[in-house]
Design a protein around this ligand. Structure first.
Ligand code: SF4
Ligand code: SF4
Length: 369
C-alpha cells in the first residue's frame, strides 16, 4: 500500500465558517486524482465535518468505485459513548452513512486515560472484536492522545489491538505533552504498525515562520515545507500510512509527489529538521491542530480553533490589522473569546489537552482590549 492516506477531515468547504458545507464536487475530483495515481487509503470518522464526512466519502468513493479499489478506515467516537448499547447504534449509523458493509480499519477514536477507562467499563474492546468476528471490520485498532505510559498500559492489556494511530510530527517528537517519540517507540515495542496523524500539525508545518522556512529552503530549494514534515513521518520504521487532511488539489498533488516514492531522511536532513523544530516550537502560542472536536456543544458558539489560529498568527507576525480584522469578522456571527463561561464542555474533547478557557482569556485580552 502506498503510504499517503487521505484524511477526510479538512475537506474543501463552500462556506469557510460552516464545517458541514463540504464542496462535494471538489472532493470528487480530488479523490479521483488520488485513486488514479494508485493511492488507496481513506480515513474518515463519525465526527468529522460536523458528521458529514462519512456521507461525503460515500458519494465520492463508495458510489463511484469498486470496493477492491480502496481501503477505508472509520472510528468510534468514544466521547459519545454513555452505555454499551451506544456502540452498536453508532456503528449502524456509520455503515448507513458510508454505505460500507465492512471497514478495512476500525478504530476506537481518541483513546486517553479517561476514555480507556470508559471503553473498559462499557465493553468497547469486546465490541470491536465482535465486529471482527462478524466480518464487519478487518482490523481493529485505536487512535491515541495521551502519554506513553498510558499507551503501554493499553497495549499490554489489549494485545489483540492490531495497529495504533499516533500524532507524529517533528515539532511534537520531543514535546512533553504529546510525546510523539515515546509513543511511537512504545507502539513499536509492542510490535504494532503505526498510522500517523497530524504529520503537518494542522497545517502549521506547511507554512513555518520565515527563519525556519529559510533553513529548509537552504537545504532543499525546491522542496515544500510540508514535504519535510511528511518525509519525517514516512521515514519511520513500521509506519503503515501517513494521513494528511487535504483541502486543495495542490496540497494533494504535493503530497502524492512526496509519497509516490519517499526518500528517507539523511542524517544531515534530520539535523536541519531538529533546528527547524526549535524555531517553530518557540513561535506557537497555542498547540491547537484545528481538529474542531471542541466546537460542537459550546453554549456560547465560540469558534475556538479559528481564534487560536489568529492568536498564533499574531504571535508570529505581530498584531497586524489584517489579523485583527479576521478576528472581528469571525466574531460577528459567533461568540467572542470573552464570552467563554468556563463550562469546560470543550476541554473534555480536546485531544491536545489545551486549557481552552484560559487560552481564550488570553485571546480576548489581545483582540478585544
Ligand atoms: S469552556 Fe468556554 S469555550 Fe469551552 S464550551 Fe464552555 S463556553 Fe465554550
Ligand atoms: S482546541 Fe483542541 S479540540 Fe479544539 S480544535 Fe484545537 S486541538 Fe482540536
Amino acid at each position: 500500500m502506498k503510504k499517503l492516506g487521505f484524511g477526510l477531515m479538512r475537506l474543501p468547504l463552500t462556506r469557510p465558517e460552516d464545517q458541514r458545507s463540504v464542496d462535494q464536487g471538489a472532493v470528487n475530483s480530488m479523490t479521483a486524482a488520488f485513486l488514479d495515481r494508485g493511492f488507496t487509503y481513506f480515513d474518515t470518522a463519525y465526527a468529522y465535518h460536523g458528521g458529514v464526512s462519512e456521507g461525503v466519502f460515500k458519494k465520492a468513493v463508495m458510489e463511484r468505485y469498486g470496493r477492491e479499489a480502496f481501503t477505508i478506515a472509520d472510528k468510534m467516537p468514544m466521547w459519545l459513548i454513555k452505555e454499551t448499547a451506544d456502540y452498536q447504534r453508532i456503528f449502524d449509523e456509520q455503515t448507513a452513512r458510508t454505505g460500507a458493509a465492512c471497514f478495512d480499519y476500525y478504530l476506537l477514536h481518541a483513546l486517553d486515560a479517561g476514555s480507556y477507562a470508559k471503553a473498559l467499563e462499557t465493553g468497547g474492546f469486546e465490541f470491536v472484536q465482535r465486529l471482527k468476528a462478524e466480518g464487519k471490520i478487518r482490523r481493529a485498532g485505536f487512535s491515541f492522545h495521551d502519554k506513553a505510559p498510558v499507551l503501554d498500559q493499553i497495549l499490554t492489556q489489549h494485545p489483540e489491538m492490531e495497529f495504533v494511530q499516533l500524532q507524529i510530527n517533528y515539532i511534537d517528537w520531543e514535546d512533553e505533552n504529546v510525546q510523539s517519540r515515546a509513543c511511537y517507540e512504545t507502539a513499536r515495542k509492542h510490535g504494532k504498525p503505526v498510522i500517523v496523524m497530524e504529520p503537518v500539525k494542522g497545517g502549521c508545518l506547511a507554512s513555518p515562520p520565515a527563519e525556519a522556512e529559510q533553513l529548509l529552503r537552504a537545504q532543499a530549494p525546491a522542496a515544500s515545507a510540508a514535504s519535510w514534515a511528511i518525509r519525517f513521518a514516512a521515514s519511520l520504521d513500521g509506519v503503515l500510512v501517513v494521513l494528511s487532511g487535504m483541502s486543495t488539489m495542490d496540497q494533494l498533488e504535493d503530497n502524492m509527489a512526496i509519497l509516490e516514492d519517499p526518500a528517507p531522511l539523511t542524517p544531515e536532513e534530520g539535523e536541519v529538521i531538529r533546528r527547524a523544530a526549535g524555531i517553530i516550537g518557540g513561535q506557537i502560542a497555542v498547540p491547537c491542530t484545528g481538529c474542531g472536536y471542541c466546537v460542537e456543544g459550546c453554549p456560547q458558539r465560540i469558534p475556538i480553533p479559528r481564534y487560536f489560529t489568529f492568536f498564533n498568527d499574531q504571535k508570529r507576525y505581530g498584531l497586524l490589522p489584517s489579523i485583527l480584522g479576521s478576528y472581528s469578522l469571525a466574531s460577528k456571527g459567533a461568540g467572542k473569546a470573552s464570552g467563554c463561561v468556563s463550562c469546560g464542555q470543550c476541554e473534555a474533547h480536546c485531544p491536545q489537552h489545551i486549557p481552552i478557557p484560559g487560552e481564550l482569556r488570553k485571546v480576548a485580552a489581545v483582540f478585544e482590549s
